[in-house]
Design a protein around this ligand. Structure first.
Ligand SMILES: Nc1ncnc2c1ncn2[C@@H]1O[C@H](COP(=O)(O)OP(=O)(O)OP(=O)(O)O)[C@@H](O)[C@H]1O
Length: 245
């Protein structure tokens, strides 16, 4: 039987993208056992920028990795536009990520032997687009992040800020529904970090892209419409700084 999620009226009204129920994640056993997520409930709406904050080790990265399907839950339910991610096998989760998600990490995660444009076109090639179409869309994405003229540079020939902008171009090139960013500005100075945040803002406003950003930096969180605060594996508080669209 087709699985159904019992959406409430208000959830369907608020542009729901992801619903998570009772997420639990336990690493290790015995004396090494860590309960990284404790019965976390969270919904994410399309078109929002959400920041996740909290002290080191409170479960921010674990939450991001579990909701995005990069890591397995111990228990709980994740619904992505009505699809039960928690029941998916690895291949199905890979396909969901390739189709609908983009990722930006603190250490950029670019492939060192590839040029900027080759790094950016990878998600398009994975999605099955032709080389020609992938190249043209990748160049367009590089243009959006202001790096068209660096298309043939390898990561080692670019600054940290430029590499992170390439990573952002790679994350958005296939027009994902949601971009997950884990400390995206952690290795950047304030000015370069502001440029990254301006770009995310632009992509959010102009293209309706949804961002979830794990950060320690209040300056970064101040740019989000919603801030979720975690402690010891739980969401303890949340704050909205702008009215919902
Ligand atoms: N692969 C793992 N194996 C065992 N324990 C882990 C693993 N990954 C994370 N943990 C533990 O789970 C808890 C949550 O870790 P997580 O990385 O999610 O925290 P965080 O809030 O992102 O921390 P930080 O801000 O320092 O990056 C921590 O106690 C951590 O030590």
């Amino acid at each position: 039987m087709q699985e159904m999620y019992n959406y409430t009226h208000s959830e369907t009204e608020t542009n729901g993208l992801i619903y998570c129920r009772s997420l639990s994640k336990i690493y290790g056993y015995g004396e090494h056992r860590t309960e990284a997520l404790k019965q976390v409930n969270v919904n994410l709406a399309q078109g929002e920028i959400t920041a996740i904050m909290g002290p080191s080790g409170c479960g921010k990265t674990t939450l991001l990795q579990c909701i995005s399907g990069m890591d397995d839950l111990t228990e709980g339910e994740i619904w992505f536009r009505g699809k039960a991610v928690h029941r998916m096998g690895e291949d199905e989760k890979d396909a969901l990520r390739a189709e609908s998600m983009g990722f930006v990490f603190q250490n950029y995660n670019l492939i060192p032997v590839l040029t900027a444009v080759e790094n950016v076109e990878l998600p398009m090639l994975t999605k099955g687009y032709s080389r020609k179409k992938s190249r043209s869309i990748a160049l367009d994405a590089l243009g959006k992040v202001g790096l068209f003229d660096r298309q043939n540079h390898k990561p080692s020939q670019m600054s940290g800020g430029q590499q992170q902008r390439v990573a952002l171009a790679r994350a958005i090139v296939h027009k994902p529904l949601i971009v997950w960013a884990d400390e995206p500005t952690g290795a950047l100075d304030r000015q370069t970090s502001d440029k990254m945040l301006d770009l995310m803002d632009y992509l959010n406003k102009e293209e309706g892209m949804t961002f979830v950003i794990v950060t320690h930096d209040p300056h970064v969180a101040a740019r989000a419409g919603r801030i979720i605060y975690m402690d010891s594996g739980s969401i303890i508080h949340e704050k909205r700084t702008v009215t919902e669209r």
